[in-house]
Design a protein around this ligand. Structure first.
Ligand code: UFG
Length: 321
């Protein structure tokens, strides 16, 4: 297949690009490089430098490349930032994304796979969370992704554009060559590993008074290569709709820190800090639909393997890309 990957210089986008190329697909990356890294783009892919805000450039790229499938990763992802500047999220994640949808329709793209998020559920009443759980985001980031899912449904109905929205839980881990590197870093596992390397004095645990067994938030960590697998299956599948992609197992912040201490052999100092606004206590997926309907079978479904892969990458790239 020829696949255009929007946001292919970011963390999940670059790992998915590598996964698709390893399986013989042709990949064109479209990325603004505002958040992504040029060095994260697999040299076997072609990089088109452009922003989704530039409608003419998006159309030009799709018309020149004529991909069968599009994967759309290009978005802002910081929950906290979305609560300080909601317009940034609606403009980039919704309005700019429309240019990609219109260009996909214009060029007769068969299927578009979209990076959605567990943040669409807000504070779920049912955990593990099935896709039937009501979607009630508690931050502008989650709302921007949910609006885009709804737009996809209508583009399917009105224009026949096939789509799958993958609701990721906590993407983590690394391939041999590609890993997680945000500036500034806000994600738990890279922060823990920076502390293990002595690049930070400690890890702040955001709240230890949640209604969970050890008082810290529980998340569902899923290896980035397993997420990549879900994208290819979604592109190949005729099914349209939204699917959870997570391991189905929950680990608390304190448990992740303990796993990292065992894997790195470093002490990793910790301090307790106030809760971070917008953090639900427990997010764990029920990903039965992805497994049964897409045939998704995670291969690195173990939190130690995930942290070990992130640590191996971090040691090779102590300062990121
Ligand atoms: N945490 C800390 N200290 C830190 C960083 C994080 O205690 O320095 C905690 C957070 O409070 C949270 C957990 O570790 O309880 C995981 O935090 P991350 O920032 O790594 O991930 P989130 O669960 O907040 O967010 C992730 C994605 C989002 C997505 C969300 C969906 O990064 O893009 O999952 O639930 F929206």
């Amino acid at each position: 297949m020829k696949i255009l990957v929007a946001g292919g210089a970011g963390y999940i986008g670059s790992c998915t690009t590598e996964y698709l190329l390893d399986r013989g697909h042709e990949v064109v990356v479209y990325d603004s490089l505002v958040k992504g890294h040029r060095d994260a783009v697999d040299p076997r892919a072609r990089l088109l430098h452009g922003d989704l805000a530039d409608r003419d450039r998006v159309f030009e790229a799709l018309r020149a490349e004529r991909p069968e499938g599009v994967i759309h990763f290009a978005a802002f992802i910081e929950v906290g930032e979305s609560m300080r500047d909601a317009a940034l999220y609606f403009r980039n994640n919704v309005a700019n994304g429309l240019n990609l949808l219109d260009a996909a329709v214009d060029c007769g793209v068969r299927k578009l796979v979209f990076s959605s998020t567990a943040a669409v559920y807000g504070m779920p009443a049912t955990v593990p969370i099935p896709e039937t759980e009501p979607t009630k985001p508690i931050n502008a980031y989650g709302e921007s992704k949910l609006i885009f899912e709804k737009m996809l449904r209508w583009y399917n109905e009105v224009h026949g554009l096939g789509y799958t929205a993958l609701r990721y839980f906590n993407a983590a881990g690394a391939t041999e060559r590609r890993g997680e590197d945000h500036h500034p870093e806000s994600h738990l596992i890279p922060i823990i590993l920076q502390a293990a390397m002595g690049q930070r004095p400690h890890v702040q645990v955001f709240g230890d008074d949640y209604p969970t067994p050890d008082g810290t938030c529980i998340r569902d960590y899923i290896h980035v290569s397993d997420l990549a697998q879900a994208h290819l299956l979604a592109l190949e599948s005729p099914l349209c709709g939204s699917f959870n992609v997570g391991s189905g197992s929950g680990f608390s912040v304190k448990e992740i820190i303990q796993v990292a201490r065992e894997i790195t052999g470093k002490p990793i100092p910790v301090i307790t800090a106030p809760r971070r606004p917008g953090d639900p206590p427990r997010l764990v997926s029920d990903s039965t639909r992805a497994r049964t309907e897409l045939g998704w079978t995670p291969r690195f479904d173990d939190v130690r393997t995930i942290v070990a892969s992130a640590w191996a990458w971090r040691q090779r790239h102590p300062n990121g890309y």
